[in-house]
Write a protein that binds this ligand. Structure first.
Ligand code: IMP
Ligand code: MG
Length: 212
């Protein structure tokens, strides 16, 4: 396991300046980029005949992944975003999801690909897919960068998966820990310290309403 201190050093990354957290690298940048290229190839092949694939990013977690993914696709794409938040003081997704920012594109008769950073319990995606199906898409597929199957509470199976990850709270490449670390180019997890113990599923200062 490689340990990287996310504080800027010399010419290094300018990130997480206020943090003393140590991030253990789970998936290095090169492997992410390889996998993204592979997923883009697969998706482009599967949608070869499409007259336009509507790629929907779920904000905020998906934006880094989506930006890399669509730039490697070879089919015509239209991009849209949806912001949802889940309610509850608990650090786990409550399943009660609110639409904060809705789509601007109609889904009627479109090939739709929903892009998410991580599939955890699946409650957020369950809500989203139910909502989207009502809008009459021609096809509706799901692509997640990370899948945490150990925590699934729904029967959702993603169509495209980047990495299966263990039951730990992961950050980076779009995924946050109390809004930090989204800009890390790799996927990792916050190392527990003796002064600030955390459980794997305790993402620190999460509020009543958590953006996906
Ligand atoms: P679900 O509804 O439990 O599947 O949770 C989905 C959302 O919770 C994801 O889109 C993430 O925003 C967030 N989430 C779940 N697990 C993690 C994690 O390990 N790191 C960062 N965000 C997570
Ligand atoms: Mg998310």
């Amino acid at each position: 396991m490689v340990f990287v201190h996310p504080r800027p050093r010399g010419e290094g990354f300018n990130m997480a300046k206020t943090s003393d957290d140590r991030i253990a690298v789970l998936v290095p940048e090169e492997r992410i980029q390889q996998k993204v290229a592979e997923l883009a190839r697969q998706i482009s092949a599967d949608f070869a005949g499409t007259d336009g694939l509507l790629v929907i990013g779920i904000l905020k977690g998906s934006w880094v992944f989506l930006a890399d993914l669509v730039r490697r696709m070879t089919v015509p794409v239209i991009i849209d975003f949806m912001t949802v938040s889940s309610y509850g003081k608990s650090t786990k997704t409550s399943g009660v999801v609110k639409t904060v920012l809705d789509l601007r594109q109609p889904l009627q008769d479109k090939d739709v690909l929903v892009v998410e950073d991580i599939l955890d319990s699946g409650l957020t995606l369950k809500y989203l897919l139910k909502n989207m199906r009502l809008r009459g898409p021609k096809s509706l597929k799901v692509c997640v960068l990370m899948d945490k199957p150990a925590r699934r509470r729904t029967d959702i199976t993603p169509d495209y998966v980047g990495f299966e990850v263990p039951d730990r709270f992961v950050v980076g490449y779009g995924a946050d820990y109390a809004e930090r670390y989204r800009n890390l180019p790799y996927i990792g997890y916050v190392e527990e310290t003796e002064t600030e113990p955390r459980t794997a599923q305790t993402p620190g200062a999460r509020g009543d309403e958590e953006q996906a």
